[in-house]
Ligand binder design. Structure first.
Ligand code: AP5
Length: 189
């Protein structure tokens, strides 16, 4: 199964991406997790990344690709599948992801688009158990603005390619999972 998760912050990409990974036995690749691991190491690259993450701004496309591309290619080649969580996030990244898919003959089969009302998203981010530096209300609101400007256009991009699966992410976690699985189960591998 080859899936891209697309959603505003707090809608559940990480939560549902992990569940999809387990159900279909494919690697879960989270760009945010990869970047946070690097920032935790306090390397020069990590410090550069945290200057974007802490503000809730996007990491520049060339830097994202230099850190993510090899992992996606390796997952695609080794397991034939993937769940991409947080990548792609701009139209440029979407074009790069499409190119990777063509090169490795592993184009995405579905883009799971999760959405929920803004107040629900803000309260989920504020209430996250393990606190994240970018979950303060001001930064969370900025992340939602950045999403609206740079990532929301991908909804139309993937809808035009016929692979968008829209799911209401305002429901309880298990209900959202069931909705996703019933849509993905209909897709032939
Ligand atoms: P990233 O880590 O991708 O964060 P995000 O998109 O802001 O999303 P979150 O992780 O906050 O939310 P989520 O949708 O995954 O929801 P989750 O399952 O965690 O990116 C972080 C930063 O990295 C970006 O701001 C940017 O700087 C940089 N970055 C990453 N990728 C990039 C890229 N490709 N290009 C450029 N920059 C990039 O759930 C949130 C909370 O809600 C949890 O507490 C969860 O338990 C709860 N929850 C989830 N679902 C439900 C539900 N159905 N009901 C109730 N609670 C729920």
């Amino acid at each position: 199964m080859r899936v891209i998760m697309l959603s505003p912050p707090g809608a559940g990409k990480g939560t549902q991406g992990e569940r999809i990974s387990v159900r279909y036995g494919v690697p879960h690749i989270s760009s945010g997790e990869i970047f946070r691991e690097e920032t935790a190491r306090q390397t020069p690259l990590g410090k550069r990344l945290s200057s974007y993450l802490d503000r809730g701004d996007l990491v520049p496309d060339d830097l994202v690709l230099s850190l993510i591309k090899d992992r996606v290619v390796a997952a695609a080649r080794q397991s034939g599948g993937y769940v991409l969580d947080g990548f792609p996030r701009t139209l440029e990244q979407a074009e790069a992801a499409a190119e990777i898919g063509r090169e490795t003959h592993t184009s995405a089969q579905a883009v799971v688009y999760l959405d929920a009302p803004k107040d629900v998203l803000i309260s989920r981010l504020a209430g996250r158990g393990e606190s994240r530096a970018d979950d303060s209300e001001a930064v969370a609101r900025h992340r939602l603005e950045v999403y609206a400007e740079h990532t929301q256009p991908l909804v139309d991009y993937y809808a035009a390619r016929g692979i968008l699966v829209k799911v209401d992410a305002g429901s309880p976690v298990d209900v959202v999972s069931e909705d996703i699985f019933s849509a993905l189960d209909r897709i032939k591998d």
